[in-house]
Structures are given as C-alpha cells and as structure tokens.
Design a protein around this ligand. Structure first.
Ligand SMILES: [Zn+2]
Length: 108
C-alpha cells in the first residue's frame, strides 16, 4: 500500500463523523478550554486555540493535499516518442523530478 493510500485509509477509519473545534466557556464567559470532538467522541482536548483549529481541519486538509498530489502525479506520465523515455508534461528524462518526488513520498 502506498503512503498516500495509507493516509486515505487512516482518514477513512478515523473520520466517521465531522470533527469540530469546541470552545467551553467558564469564568464569566471567557473561553477556557479548547477541544476537538465529534458527536460521540473526544478526539483531543486541553488544546491551544490554534492547535484545535489545526486538528479540526486536518481531515479535510489531508484529503485535499492527497488529492492534489494524485492529480499532479496523473498529469506527469511517461512517453517515448523515439527520443527516449521522458515526461509528457515537462519533457524531463523519465522519471521526471515531480514523479521522483511523489515516488519518494510513496516509499514510507
Ligand atoms: Zn513530469
């Protein structure tokens, strides 16, 4: 299984329902506690406000990044029109630097 597929599998297993940044107020209405929760589980608690924002958005952000990497990888494909194997997108020798970077990501 590739690293991108592993990330997608972890997302699918962990994110069954939306993750929300929850602020609990005490002491006269000041926000004192930040957590990330679903309707049924606490994902993480005792967080900083920025940490809670990062974690709450992580599922959508990771899914978007995986999709971008897959889309970029799909447009860089090998062709050989008689001058040796090279990339159709950027004409670099095959595998091109983009594909090498994606392959390096895949080797986890
Ligand atoms: Zn390329």
């Amino acid at each position: 299984m590739s690293r991108l597929s592993e990330v997608e599998a972890r997302l699918a297993a962990a994110v069954i329902e939306p993750w929300e940044h929850v602020e609990r107020k005490f002491d006269g209405g000041r926000v004192r506690e930040h957590s990330v929760e679903t309707h049924h589980h606490v994902i993480a608690d005792n967080l900083s406000p920025n940490g809670a924002e990062l974690i709450a958005h992580a599922p959508a952000d990771l899914a978007a990044l995986v999709a971008v990497v897959r889309a970029v990888g799909a447009i860089h494909r090998e062709i050989d029109d008689g001058r040796g194997p090279h990339c159709f997108e950027d004409a670099e020798d095959w595998p091109c630097p983009t594909v090498q970077a994606i392959d390096g990501l895949e080797a986890s």
